[in-house]
Design a protein around this ligand. Structure first.
Ligand code: HEC
Length: 103
């Protein structure tokens, strides 16, 4: 009985972890407002501006993956993770999508 119960318990524990992780995930706007807007709303430190396509220039031709990679690792004036230290890669990607939707 115990031997059967243990894998079940482990499965339950892991799925709880996964689902609670999912619940914590913030959407693109929430992440953008909290972490990215400080630079991207007005172009601080030379950041390309939210909703202003011309300021994005050649970047609009980059893929979502490439742009998310830049945020995760930092790019010149932009610190790694866009200063959202507790962001998951998925959250960063959603924030990038949110910015791209504005252009
Ligand atoms: C401290 C200011 C700052 C913060 C905070 C910041 N950025 Fe940036 N970001 C910049 C600057 C400056 C650039 C331009 C970098 C360059 O090309 O020289 C940039 C560039 C980018 C680019 C273009 C990257 C590329 O490959 O050309 C994306 C996408 C981006 N930021 C998204 C984000 C997101 C999403 C966040 C929030 C999670 C964020 N940024 C937070 C300053 C910031």
């Amino acid at each position: 009985m115990y031997k059967l119960f243990l894998p079940f318990l482990i499965f339950f524990f892991i799925s709880t972890l996964i689902f609670s992780e999912e619940k914590k995930s913030r959407d693109g706007k929430t992440v953008y407002d909290a972490a990215c807007a400080i630079c991207h709303q007005n172009g601080l430190a030379g950041a390309p501006i939210f909703g202003d396509k011309s300021s994005w220039g050649y970047r609009v031709n980059k893929s979502l993956d490439e742009l998310t990679y830049s945020v995760k690792n930092g790019l010149r004036g932009m610190p790694a993770m866009g200063l959202c230290m507790n962001c998951s890669e998925q959250e960063l990607e959603m924030a990038v999508s949110y910015i791209l939707d504005s252009l």
